[in-house]
Design a binder for this molecule. Structure first.
Ligand SMILES: C[C@@](CO)(OP(=O)(O)O)[C@H](O)COP(=O)(O)OP(=O)(O)OC[C@H]1O[C@@H](n2ccc(N)nc2=O)[C@H](O)[C@@H]1O
Ligand SMILES: Nc1ncnc2c1ncn2[C@@H]1O[C@H](COP(=O)(O)OP(=O)(O)O)[C@@H](O)[C@H]1O
Length: 298
């Protein structure tokens, strides 16, 4: 492995990068800078990439990854995050970062954003930079809109273009069954196809926050909502088929995450989780059953 030749020693640091799901995603307005003003409730789940960070003497950032189809240069969010930390703090040494990729890519689960957040948190520890969570979230927002939330983790309301974070309590404990159809979705394309002038969809974030605060699982299921869902459903009819199948197998609530195409079902009981998981497996290659991760990990 070329990147590991000049490692300082065997000392390395491991950081977990969990995926997120959107319990809500309300689009409020299109902004002059091209982004959309949004409100969304997100929570991290127990499906995670793992990063191993090796210090190196040479002033260079190198990456390797368990999957072959991700770029390992400055197009990778991990590279961008590491470069940003080095620039901000004037660090003259380097790192090699190994990415153990478990989160599906371009899936609406913020895999790349979570890797970037884990890189910032890991380098903060490795180089003893003393950044607090707010400072790391601010730095991360320059890599992507979802990176700030991923720095906080847990459950939170995200506002602005996604970078203004207010932590929330954890939703009631439940199973999350995820199914990703074999298509990748471009977040920019989905936002771009929104016809915001004709927008009449109900906003769900306030109702979701109230249900979470009451620890009301039924209320959480009723408050699920995503304004990007109809756009992606129109582009990819398979997403609707997965939703229908999940409901038929007994899901308590079903929604597409982020810009998609991953769809998740919530289930309180393990028996339901098993039914949904087994019912989806013959239909879709990528199916996961995981738990919500809980409180934020500040
Ligand atoms: C939709 C969401 C929901 O959590 O996630 P994913 O589906 O990507 O996981 C996020 O809003 C995605 O965040 P992220 O993936 O970090 O987006 P960015 O890289 O910042 O932006 C990609 C593109 O999406 C559009 N964009 C993004 C965020 C936003 N509030 N308004 C936008 O219009 C812009 O066109 C931008 O160029
Ligand atoms: N470390 C990374 N992991 C995943 N995708 C990455 C990474 N770095 C850059 N990307 C690019 O970011 C895009 C979005 O990926 P991802 O974060 O997985 O999806 P999403 O924004 O839908 O949650 C992909 O086109 C991918 O090539």
């Amino acid at each position: 492995m070329e990147g590991k030749k000049d490692l300082v020693n065997d000392a390395c640091l491991m950081v977990k990068a969990p995926a997120k799901i959107n319990l809500t995603l309300d689009v409020l307005a299109k902004r002059p800078d091209g982004y959309h003003e949004i409100e969304m409730v997100m929570t991290t789940i127990d499906l995670a990439d793992r990063l191993t960070i090796y210090p190196r003497e040479e002033d260079k950032i190198t990456l390797d990854c368990t999957v072959s189809y991700l770029p390992l240069d400055d197009r990778n969010h991990v590279y961008q995050a590491a470069r940003l930390v080095k620039e901000r703090f004037g660090i003259k040494s380097g790192v090699h970062i190994h990415i153990d990729k478990q989160i599906p890519i371009a899936a609406g689960l913020a895999g790349g954003s979570s890797d970037a957040a884990a890189t910032i948190k890991g380098l903060n520890r490795l180089w003893d930079l003393g950044m607090n969570v707010e400072e790391m979230a601010e730095l991360g927002s320059h890599v992507g809109s979802d990176v700030s939330f991923c720095v906080y983790g847990g459950t939170a309301l995200a506002r602005g273009r996604g970078e203004k974070i207010e932590p929330l309590p954890s939703p009631p404990s439940c199973w999350v069954i995820l199914a990703k159809p074999p298509i990748g979705v471009s977040t920019g394309e989905v936002y771009g196809a929104l016809r915001i002038d004709e927008w009449k969809e109900e906003r769900k974030s306030a109702e979701m926050i109230a249900a979470i605060q009451r620890s009301d699982f039924g209320g959480v299921c009723r408050a699920l909502g995503n304004h990007l869902e109809s756009v992606t459903l129109e582009m990819h009819p398979q997403v609707r088929q997965i939703k229908e199948r999940m409901l038929r197998f007994g899901a308590d609530g079903v929604l597409m995450s982020g810009s998609g195409p991953t769809v998740f079902a919530l289930a309180e009981r393990e028996s339901r989780m098993n039914r949904i998981y087994n019912g989806l497996r013959g239909f879709c290659k990528e199916v996961y059953a995981v738990r919500i991760l809980g409180e934020n990990n500040r």
